[in-house]
Design a binder for this molecule. Structure first.
Ligand SMILES: Cc1cc2nc3c(=O)[nH]c(=O)nc-3n(C[C@H](O)[C@H](O)[C@H](O)COP(=O)(O)O)c2cc1C
Length: 396
């Protein structure tokens, strides 16, 4: 019988169990985007806590793809490699697999942060990152972006990561190419599903020439909230395209940043937003009680709060042969065992539960705890914009 605590395999890599730490930006890189001692310590704690595998916070493959969040990881230079090697060596001491998530933030950043114009498949202003209208990327720039993803993957391999994960989710650049909501192009990079997928296909093809069968995973959206956003039917086709393009495993998430708390559901952390958001700072405090319900209506979390990607992930799994990982609102051991035992997905992943309890897997395994202590307040999600990640437990 299947069990969440039995070993599993992704592209031949042995994972201790079926519970993965999903990518979580920690805000603990140095100025060059290298992991700091504090970040290495955090990953060591996760490894000691018997997590099946760690997916790092997102690492940008080029400067104009850098996030405005504090201290993002970067994998844009060969000089980054020895710093990451230190991290992978430390995690491997605990016999734990670690994957580097590689990304380009696309229009979800600010030119004042990157020092360059923001770019996207189409010049559509983001509702949240709305200081600039992004420039529509040219063929030449797409070629450069593809090559930078490949270089990032080559560096990750040299740095000792067990594999990489392409971030195709949450509205970042590759996600915005895939999404009909953000990609309105009429050339070979837009229109049909095949055209919108082309940039990912190019990355996979060129990466395979350089790294052969090195594990390349992907995190994609199973659906988006926007009316013209990606829907499950098309996500299934994209998952099939990923498999054909030799992707090794798919993690299924949902939502884009401007849709609000869709990918990370739960409470609406208004107090934290009021403190950190650049737009909120322009609104006088006395107006906050009026603003809160309006914002919550537009950006608050939809239902359900738990296991909200399981339906789409299970459906995607029915259409592909590669392992499928489900993320999003997974909090109870009983639910984890159900997903694995009923073979709805091959692995489950979590983010916020590891912020409050890095050793949650060990606690589950030793039967000391049946569910995460995370209350889904989402303060961590906003707090990490300006300070390293931590659990606030619903209080400022
Ligand atoms: C503080 C924080 C940082 C995150 N950083 C990333 C990231 O770097 N890359 C990514 O794909 N998702 C990121 N996510 C989303 C999570 O990986 C995950 O998809 C989401 O939180 C839902 O899972 P959960 O309910 O277990 O938290 C982040 C979430 C949080 C709360």
């Amino acid at each position: 019988m299947k069990d969440a605590f039995l070993e599993g395999k992704i592209a031949g890599i042995q994972l201790k169990n079926r519970i993965i730490r999903s990518a979580t930006h920690e805000g603990l890189a140095d100025e060059a985007g290298n992991p700091t001692a504090a970040l290495i310590k955090k990953y060591e704690e996760l490894a000691k806590g018997e997590v099946g595998a760690i997916i790092t916070g997102y690492a940008a493959v080029m400067q104009n793809g850098k996030s405005p969040l504090l201290n993002m990881l970067m994998i844009d230079k060969n000089e980054n490699i020895p710093h990451y090697k230190e991290l992978t060596d430390r995690v491997h001491q605990y016999n734990t697999a670690i994957f580097l998530q590689v990304t380009h933030c696309g229009r979800q950043t600010f030119s004042r942060v990157t020092g360059m114009p923001t770019v996207a498949p189409s010049p559509l202003k983001d509702k949240l990152y709305n200081e600039d209208i992004p420039q529509e990327v040219t063929n030449f720039e797409i070629d450069e972006i593809v090559n930078n993803f490949v270089s990032g993957i080559v560096r990750a391999k040299k740095a000792g990561f067990d594999g990489v994960q392409l971030q195709l989710s949450h509205g970042y650049l590759l996600s915005s190419f895939l999404s009909p909501h953000m990609n309105k192009r009429h050339d070979q990079w837009g229109g049909s599903t095949e055209n919108r997928f082309r940039i990912v296909k190019e990355i996979m093809e060129r990466a395979r020439e350089k790294v052969a069968d090195y594990p390349i995973l992907a995190k994609m959206n199973g659906h988006e909230k926007s009316k013209d956003g990606l829907k499950l039917e098309e996500a299934i086709v994209i998952a099939g395209n990923l498999e054909k393009a030799s992707c090794d495993a798919i993690e299924v998430s949902c939502g884009i940043a401007e849709e609000g708390f869709v990918a990370t559901r739960g409470g609406f952390p208004f107090a934290m937003i009021a403190r950190h958001n650049h737009l909120m700072k322009k609104i006088p405090k006395m107006l906050h009680p009026l603003v809160k319900p309006i914002l919550k209506r537009s950006f608050g979390s939809p239902e359900p709060r738990y296991l909200y990607n399981l339906g789409s992930a299970a459906e995607i799994r029915r259409h592909v042969k590669i392992p499928v990982i489900v993320v999003g609102g997974i909090r109870r051991l009983e639910d984890i065992q159900n997903v694995i035992q009923k073979e709805q997905c091959d692995f489950i992943s979590m983010s916020r539960p590891f912020i409050i309890e890095p050793a949650i897997v060990r606690k589950f395994k030793e039967n000391k705890q049946q569910q995460s202590r995370c209350i889904d307040c989402n303060y961590c999600q906003i707090g990490v914009e300006k300070t390293p990640v931590r659990c606030y437990y619903g209080k400022m």
